[in-house]
Design a protein around this ligand. Sequence first.
Ligand code: ADP
Length: 372
Amino acid sequence: MASLRSRLIAAQLAVVLVGVLALAVGVEWTLRRHPPAFWAELLASLPADDLASSTTLLLALVRRITFRALFFAGLAATLTGLLTSWLLTGELLRPLRDLARSSRRIAVGHYDERVAMPASTELATVAESFNQMADTLEQIEAQRVALIGNVMHELRTPLTALGGYVEGMMDGVLPADERSFDQMDHEVRRLQRLVADLQELSRVEAGQVRLSLEDVDLTALTARLVQRLAPQAMAMGIALTLNDNAGSLFVHADPDRTTQILINLVGNAINYTLEGGTIIVSVNRRNGLAEVTVEDSGIGIAASDLPFIFERFFRTDRSRDRRTGGSGIGLTIARHLAWAMGGDISATSEGVGQGSQFSLSLPVGRTASNPV
Ligand code: ADP
């Protein structure tokens, strides 16, 4: 693969070279066409006593030879120039035409369109970037289609249930009593939660969350949250405890968003831990970051599911079986929020039935009690 610049230079040099060669051949050919006897005869025929007209005659001859040689050289150089230009523009225009055609096809929704790699390095770079852009567009389109499918799926279940209740009541099969209304209310709340989650998801994915970052004591914030959720865990027969050996640890984060993330992590731990299980929340400093770890003895996550746990709408089969399960958006939102604050969330599990461990890391704050 040669660069376009070197090909252009080579083409110009070829034109010059052919011109010079043709000139040399033309001069040589004209001179050779006339044997030495011709020149001797010519010189002898010049009027010896009239120097001015002899010179004029000789100059006219030299001029004729020069112009003839120049004519052939010009013709050869022009033909070479036309040929190299035709070849080069062909090489340049073909990939550009390909790019224009592929762009038009992508614009009307053919996201699988790609261009072939051109010979020149510069054009190959453009083609490579174009193909990368097409890859990304194809992925985004696939995600969009998957999102619509997932949203439809999530909406269908509560809507079908609600439709069933209304129909049952209208047909007199179901009594219009408190229990039926409670169940309908449950489905309506599920729909409301889903809509709120989707709204939040689109905001965090678009990077539109407003954060008010400040130095917050992560240990105190976590302790308050554990205190708040402990009764809920206890009601389900789960022991929720805080391990705060590290003492005060300040992070530079949005306290409300940090609480929201931790509610999601501890809430999941409660949802996916069976009665008699334990959840230990600990606050530590690790690798220059502050970290809250939520470790449960719950249903665990299979190694094959772990890489997808933060994807939109992803739920493991075992969590689908549990009535407590949500729509699989919570962790996606939580991770985007953590990223927005300069942190991250990671998950580990020894496998199904072995419990899980989720860690939220956040940048440490610059507070006196927290020397960096
Ligand atoms: P959901 O609302 O369904 O809990 P999340 O996004 O919070 O959605 O979690 C996605 C999935 O990750 C869950 O459906 C579940 O399969 C799995 N998961 C999350 N936390 C845990 C946990 N502590 N133990 C086992 N599985 C978990």
